[in-house]
Design a protein around this ligand. Structure first.
Ligand code: PA5
Length: 456
């Protein structure tokens, strides 16, 4: 089962003068070939590309730990943020029942999953209203081992568990996923003898879904992680193709970077499936944090926008048709949904409603996707459609690797470093300063100097 990309509507013959011309595309093929060579040469730095191939042993350990958790836990809570949270959320939503946490235990193939991904005090407090610490296993995930948000979540959970069960029992209830050496979490994990998984070197947060960061929560919730990795391997191989027209990630990156030069500063991702709703959140981080960079006095990037079909047809599509030519839209379609749901007959006497009866919701959502793509195209806006034959572990593995590689290729084509995040680090440092962390006194002074203008 292979996912496909139809990019016809990115091109000028389909969408008109604001589209990419054949000449513009072909003119970039030389740089495209160079990007393939560069990514190959960087392979030992971008180790996330190897994850589908080099984790046999670690996958067995993940499955063993996951099985143990599945046997004894009612809830599994991920403590983490950004790249340590968005992948687990996206995969869970994609591959498990849409109302997983609300299902009765007998109908759920694993514990309830909560991924914290914030430090909103109301949310943190609310977690303890819905979980029972007695039957909960926590997984703290932080590559750097020092992110304030994750550390605050961890302190909260540790205090609760130590007060309830004593330090010696932390190891039964808390699992750590972090860097092998760097950061604060590894020391804590060693001190308390926690089961620990490692984020391999060369695997940045937003590229880490296929390592224990994403694989453990997925396996705990019964997802076939081996199949996910197989899908990712398949896409990695496809995207190493020297024939640019058969290399999906490179074509994606070429089209988007050309579109950026033509003024498309916005990249909308619009899945037509609730199961892929949070895939768009994961994409938004990957695309924004990797490509939003400044270099040599120039600024790069494309603002990712998350939309959901058909819901956002009734909120955003007006802008995508009649608004400015500053965007591309990527539709995610599903050929075969896991459920077929009929629209029944109820008011056959009214033909204005009855035309729907006898069709399926599947036909309706697919027709709306095609209709919207057509409307966006005829209004002159570049768009493309990625079609998944089904949403399953293999196609999700393919899809994630496709976007990771498209991001990597786009980084090469733009000539920027897609793997750092200096802007995010700056925010982290300012937070340390504001909360009085030692060594950040100068940063605090910097903030005091900025003049305030307030209303009301
Ligand atoms: O992609 C990234 O590197 C970031 O978004 C991180 O994932 C995020 O800041 C959390 O960092 P960490 O996993 O080190 O706690």
């Amino acid at each position: 089962m292979r996912i496909s990309i139809d990019y016809t509507n990115m091109l000028a013959p389909a969408c008109g003068p604001h589209g990419v011309t054949e000449e513009e595309l072909r003119a970039e093929f030389g740089r495209g070939s160079e990007a393939i060579r560069t990514l190959r040469a960087k392979r030992d730095q971008i180790r996330w590309r190897d994850l589908p191939y080099n984790q046999d042993e670690i996958v067995e350990k993940i499955l063993a730990v996951a099985n143990d958790v599945r046997e004894r836990a009612e809830s599994f809570v991920v403590l983490g943020i950004g790249g340590s949270a968005l992948g687990p959320i996206a995969v869970q939503q994609a591959l498990n029942h849409p109302r997983w946490n609300e299902l009765p235990k007998a109908k759920r193939n694993g514990p309830r999953l909560y991924v914290e991904d914030n430090v909103d005090p109301e949310r943190m407090a609310a977690l303890f209203d819905v979980i029972d610490p007695e039957t909960t296993v926590f997984n703290v995930i932080t590559k750097s081992g020092s992110t304030s948000e994750t550390m605050a979540q961890l302190l909260t959970v540790m205090r609760t568990l130590i007060d309830l069960y004593g330090e010696e029992h932390l190891k039964d209830r808390l699992i750590a996923t972090t860097d092998r050496e760097k950061g604060n979490l590894i020391g804590i994990a060693k001190k308390y003898g926690l089961t620990t998984f490692y984020v391999p070197e060369g695997v940045g947060g937003r590229f880490s879904e296929m390592c224990p960061v994403g694989l453990l929560p997925a396996a705990v919730c019964g997802i076939d992680i081996k199949e996910m990795l197989k899908g990712a391997a398949r896409m990695d191989a496809l995207c190493d193709n020297d024939n640019i027209e058969e290399n999906p990630a490179l074509m994606y990156a070429l089209l988007e970077t050309i579109a950026m030069k033509k003024g498309a500063n916005v990249g909308v991702l619009m899945p037509y499936a609730d199961s892929l709703k949070y895939f768009a959140d994961w994409y938004a981080q990957l695309w924004a944090e990797s490509l939003g960079k400044k270099k040599d006095g120039l600024r790069f990037g494309q603002t990712p926008v998350k939309a959901l079909g058909v819901t956002d047809q009734h909120s955003q599509v007006q802008l995508y048709t009649d608004g400015p030519f500053d965007k591309t839209v990527t539709f995610l379609g599903v050929e075969k949904y896991r459920t077929e749901f009929m629209i029944p007959h109820a008011v056959d006497e009214n033909p204005n409603v009855a035309f729907l009866s006898g069709h399926t919701f599947n036909e309706l959502i697919s027709a709306e996707r095609k209709a919207t793509a057509h409307a966006v195209t005829v209004s002159g806006h570049m768009n493309k459609t990625i079609l998944l034959p089904e949403v399953n572990a293999n196609t999700i593995g393919q899809l994630m690797m496709l976007f990771e590689l498209a991001t990597a290729y786009a980084g090469e084509l733009l000539g920027i470093n897609a793997y750092d995040q200096p802007g995010v680090e700056e925010g982290k440092n300012m937070t340390y300063a504001l909360l009085g962390k030692k060594g950040y006194e100068a940063k605090l002074e910097e903030m005091k100097d900025s003049a305030e203008r307030k209303l009301v």
